[in-house]
Ligand binder design. Structure first.
Ligand SMILES: [Zn+2]
Ligand SMILES: [Zn+2]
Length: 183
């Protein structure tokens, strides 16, 4: 079986975790996990690990990435956003249910305890939420670009404060009014 990214490199069998075999590319270090292999491991693994979140992490936008074909059955694979602040997507084959992870992606998922949640990532519920976060991040980037980091933080703070008030409209009217209130 050849690497779907490097095309020419031959994948070799590796022990990704205890009882989880993957086919790894010696060149790009991507991992191919057969569908049944993964589901068996999740079943056996049982313990649904709580997600770990690191405050210091900066949220990055998901990279679109090139479409790849399943190394097993040649189907065009479908990309699924990982979300939760991780800026990459996984490739999933709808034909054989296999999963492709680029180099370091398994490690990144494991660090967050998300490596046992791939079955959830392939649901529309997870994808909708991940897409909503992506859109939010994109808007934030636009606003930071327009106002600058410092002013954007201040605007957010004021918005939050306004939203907590029952006389929000009145406060906004005062804020934008040009009449000389200050005596
Ligand atoms: Zn490769
Ligand atoms: Zn396939």
């Amino acid at each position: 079986m050849k690497c779907p990214v490097c095309k020419s490199s031959e994948l070799s069998t590796t022990q990704l975790e205890a009882n989880l075999t993957s086919h790894q590319c010696p060149t790009c270090h991507g991992n191919w996990i057969a569908g049944a292999e993964y589901w068996d491991w999740v079943e056996e693994h049982k313990s649904d690990l709580a997600e770990r979140v690191f405050d210091s992490e900066t949220l990055s936008l998901a990279e679109p990435g090139l479409p790849i074909d399943c190394p097993e059955c040649r189907f065009r694979m479908v990309k699924y956003l990982v979300g939760r602040g991780l800026g990459f997507s996984l490739d999933h084959c709808h034909g054989c249910k296999g999963i492709w992870l680029d180099g370091n992606e398994w490690e990144a998922l494991k660090k967050r305890n998300l490596h046992d949640d791939l079955n959830l990532m392939f649901t529309s519920f997870w994808q909708n939420e991940a897409q909503r976060l992506e859109r939010k991040k994109k808007m934030e980037q636009i606003y930071v670009g327009r106002f600058g980091e410092e002013d954007y933080t201040e605007i957010k703070r004021i918005r939050f404060w306004l939203d907590s008030k029952t006389n929000r409209e009145e406060l906004i009217a005062y804020l934008i009014d040009k009449a000389p209130f200050d005596v």
